[in-house]
Write a protein that binds this ligand. Structure first.
Ligand code: AQP
Length: 334
């Protein structure tokens, strides 16, 4: 790899991505890949923490791979691979589990929230999610991890785990920094704007999927929850309007103040239509490119094979170092 800092990011194929995932994470990757040795992963093992339909999961793994590429990830420059193809992720998780504690894992906000939304399936993996995430990041000696605001707490835990391991066993891991975008770090649900927009929301009107066609995008924005006073301003007591302003500002790369001026005096109906059109204009070409790529399964498989081979070389170097540090004996080969 070139002599640049390393960037790592992963996304779960737990559904079709939303504009929250796009604005909070994916969109930034294209720009960052020029400045860093970049490693992007399809976090399939993470999705198993919530019940998945196997056939749908398999389909979503290819959907996400194609979407990464359609959003400008260049597999010649960056490494793109499926998490489960590099078994070092699961292996390092085991070792890191031995320095993590149920108390700290059960305090994580995502664990508490998902324990409520999936109360019939609060499994060990759900609690262990951030340890697997720490393994993802630390295996590549990552310097920078771009994430949306919801993953900040997990990222901080990854840093704590790296420091804890380094203190106990000697310098082993790079301690990663997070990169949280200035706008749209937390895009909210269109139906319950005090809740994060999530791809696994049961209410399809709550999120804009990167697979929605322009008519669907506009229809969903028209149905977005607002409020009863007719002012288009960014304010804590106007979560619906503030969310729509944020989405519009992020998608058009304008400031919130400029966007407030642009919409001053407009009615909510027209405002929602303008936001819908702006979002559809940006995501429609990506959707079309993604669908073109999906039709070429052999190409996607080649990209993923090559990505896994390159990722594996880096990951096993770190894992071998970890095994040695904790006192395991290296297997003799040949
Ligand atoms: N609403 C959001 N606004 C901004 N960024 C977001 N991200 C997720 N939701 C928003 C960021 O997208 C990246 C990939 O997320 P993930 O799929 O790995 O996991 P997640 O954070 O749990 O995303 P979802 O959509 O809410 O998935 P489900 O519904 O399966 O739990 C991360 O960088 C995340 O911060």
């Amino acid at each position: 790899m070139e002599d640049k800092k390393t960037l790592f990011s992963a996304i779960q194929p737990s559904g079709i991505l939303t504009i929250g995932n796009y604005l909070g994470a994916l969109r930034n990757f294209k720009k960052l890949q020029d400045d860093y040795n970049s490693i992007f992963s399809v976090a399939d093992l993470h999705t198993l923490t919530v019940r998945q339909d196997p056939a749908t999961l398999r389909k979503n793994i290819y959907e996400l791979t194609a979407l990464y590429l359609a959003c400008g990830i260049n597999p010649e420059k960056s490494i793109l691979f499926i998490q489960s193809h590099v078994s070092a992720h699961a292996e390092l998780t085991w070792v890191l589990n031995t320095i993590c504690y149920p108390g700290e894992l059960s305090r994580m906000t995502q664990f508490k929230e998902k324990s409520k939304t999936h109360e019939d399936n609060v499994n060990m993996g759900l609690m262990d999610y951030p340890v697997l995430m720490a393994s993802d990041i630390l295996l590549y000696q990552s310097d920078l991890v771009p994430v949306g605001a919801d993953q900040k707490q997990h990222l901080e835990l990854s840093r704590d785990i790296a420091i804890r391991f380094n203190n106990r066993f000697g310098e082993t891991f790079t301690v990663p920094d997070g990169y949280i975008p200035k706008t749209a770090a937390r895009v909210m649900s269109l139906q319950e704007p005090t809740k994060k927009m999530s791809k696994s929301d049961a209410n399809l009107n709550a999120f804009i999927s990167m697979d929605d066609d322009p008519d669907t995008v506009i229809r969903k924005f028209k149905r977005a929850v607002t409020d009863s006073d007719n002012r288009i301003i960014f304010s804590e007591d106007k979560p619906g309007i503030s969310n729509l302003l944020t989405i519009y500002a992020a998608i058009t790369e304008k400031s919130i103040a400029d966007v407030e001026k642009e919409f001053a005096g407009l009615g909510y109906g027209d405002f929602k239509l303008r936001v819908g059109e702006a979002v559809a204009n940006v995501i429609e070409p990506i959707r079309q490119e993604k669908n073109k790529l999906l039709a070429n399964r052999d190409y996607l498989d080649d990209v993923l094979k090559n990505g896994a081979e390159r990722a594996e070389r880096v990951a096993y170097r770190t894992l071998a170092k970890v095994y040695k540090k904790v006192g395991l004996v290296a297997r003799k080969r040949g």
